[in-house]
Design a protein around this ligand. Structure first.
Ligand code: ZN
Ligand code: ZN
Ligand code: ZN
Ligand code: ZN
Length: 191
């Protein structure tokens, strides 16, 4: 697509060079416009390539058990399969080959992990933020997409298994607990 646009621009600019030769101002403005678009396309191409590489590297970090992205320490089994530290504590053997784990860390993969942007664990609830390892934990502690339980449980007003992001609590209450809302005067501060 980018190559097509670049070719079109080149053709347009070439025919324009003849028509605009009497008006260097127009020619110059078209020339700079073309340069600007070409630079933009190059940035877009580089960004696309960067995102693809990032995605491939992230998939290498997917834990085969919890499917979350592994963070250091990343350890190996005797056959070289990786596993996240949390899952390693819970299972006795490698889930991929059933062989034993080693106490060896995958230093190369840990180095890659440090350079990557990790998607927030609440992405399935709608968060699209990504951060390096140093900051992702801080973000996840105060992410606006952390699922919250229904407030009726906390207030001993009933039992409800619903969980959702804070911005959808009022609509849930309106939908499922309309009687309680009526009782509390439709005041969200009470709940
Ligand atoms: Zn895991
Ligand atoms: Zn294995
Ligand atoms: Zn988030
Ligand atoms: Zn509820």
């Amino acid at each position: 697509m980018s190559a097509y646009i670049a070719t079109r621009l080149s053709h347009q600019s070439h025919s324009c060079k003849i028509h605009c030769s009497e008006n260097p101002q127009i020619y110059n403005s078209l020339y700079f416009q073309k340069k600007k678009i070409m630079a933009h396309l190059m940035v877009m191409g580089a960004l696309h390539a960067f995102n693809s590489v990032q995605q491939i590297l992230l998939s290498e970090l997917e834990c085969p058990v919890c499917m979350e992205y592994m963070k250091p320490p990343i350890t190996l089994c005797v056959n070289g399969h990786n596993i996240c530290n949390t899952c390693k504590q819970k299972i006795p053997h490698c889930p991929t080959c059933e062989q034993q784990f080693l106490n060896t860390r995958n230093v190369a993969l840990e180095k890659v992990a440090i350079e990557l942007n990790y998607p927030c664990v609440y992405r399935k609830y709608g968060c699209s933020e990504t951060y390096k390892l140093d900051f992702i934990g801080k973000h996840q502690d105060r992410c606006q997409y952390i699922p919250q339980p229904c407030p009726v449980n906390k207030l001993n007003l009933g039992t409800c298994t619903w969980t959702g992001i804070s911005s959808s609590i009022m609509s849930h209450l309106n939908h499922k607990h309309k009687n309680l809302l009526y009782y509390y005067g439709n005041n969200s501060d009470c709940l």
